[in-house]
Design a protein around this ligand. Structure first.
Ligand code: PMP
Length: 306
């Protein structure tokens, strides 16, 4: 489904009408995928104000992604943060999704883009539940994809690099064509890694388990949910696990900026637990949504009001 366009896009320091935010055909990133991006959400809070969730963490990850793939974003981090807030305000978005994108422009072609300019765009749009409202309540049906997740020494996993998402798209397309909602990807050793755009958690006997950061993106929702769980006295372990351990878990869920905290009710046609949103998942999900909507004082530091 096409996104709903907002009025303005921030591009290289200026707000311009959405329709004018276009790129030339020789834009380097368009050909080879060397660019980095972020996905951030803003929420309307219960007191009527709006806030960006974990703005600093996301902005820092954008700059770290750029460093990993050796791109220099020609704006200081603070200015990018201010630009994100400004773009939300001019578009009068009380909540929605924010997409900063750093990409290489026109110049050299081929694989040595030494002097191509680095552009920075910030695009915002309204976006509801990524895996559906029903998914948030009932859980989704996932399938292990035949595509393996990146190896850290093939294309690295800590950077949100544009071209690396081909792997995610292949996996997501493969499983949605077969009627599932989301892909689960295994790492090169066969352990559970992550979703096409989400981190994964399982629950067994009250203990939360998630793959270590060695082969997955350091999800900001993942870190937030781990903090919430530990605050509630729930034990969290970062450990590799196999798909059969996943099948036999009591509960499972995915986390991501787009997917938020979505229960997984089935993997590869096996019901997880009793096939509904489990009690630990529900507790964490409720607190997560309380945090993003400013209902939990304890997590106010995660919000930047605008
Ligand atoms: N893994 C991948 C591959 C992703 O693209 C994302 C989305 N950014 C995540 C995990 C979840 O990260 P976050 O919670 O920071 O959105």
């Amino acid at each position: 489904m096409a996104i709903e366009r907002t009025e303005q896009v921030w591009l290289d320091g200026k707000l311009i009408p959405f329709d004018q935010a276009t790129v030339p055909i020789l834009t380097h990133t368009l050909h080879y995928g060397l660019g980095v991006f972020e996905g951030i959400r803003a929420y309307e809070c219960d007191d009527g104000r709006s806030a960006v969730f974990q703005l600093r963490e996301h902005t820092e990850r954008l700059y770290q992604s750029a460093l990993i793939v050796d791109i220099e974003i020609p704006f200081p981090l603070d200015e990018t943060e201010r630009a994100i807030l400004q773009t939300l305000r001019v578009n009068r978005l009380s909540e929605g999704y924010i997409r900063p994108l750093a990409f290489l422009g026109e110049g050299a072609m081929g694989l040595l883009p030494a002097d191509n300019p680095v552009h920075l765009a910030i695009i915002t749009w309204p976006w509801g539940a990524y895996l559906g409202e029903e998914g948030l309540e009932q859980g989704i049906r996932a399938k292990v994809s035949s595509y393996t997740r990146h190896h850290p020494n093939v294309s690295m996993t800590k950077s949100k690099t544009c071209g690396e998402y081909v792997n995610s798209i292949l996996a997501k397309r493969e499983v949605t064509r077969l009627g599932y909602d989301e892909a689960v990807m295994l790492d090169t050793q066969g352990f559970v890694a992550e979703g096409s755009g989400e981190n994964i958690f399982i629950v067994r006997r009250g203990v939360l388990k998630t793959p270590p950061l060695s082969s997955v993106l350091a999800g900001i929702t993942r870190a937030s949910v781990i903090a919430i769980a530990r605050d509630k006295g729930i034990e969290v372990v970062e450990q590799t696990f196999t798909r059969d351990e996943f099948y036999t878990a009591d509960e499972a869920f995915m986390t991501g900026t787009a997917a938020e905290l979505t229960p997984i009710r089935e993997l590869d046609d096996r019901k997880i637990g009793d096939g509904t949103r489990g009690p630990v998942t529900k507790t964490l999900q409720t607190t997560f949504f309380d945090a993003v909507h400013g209902r939990e004082r304890k997590y106010e530091g995660w919000l930047t009001y605008y």
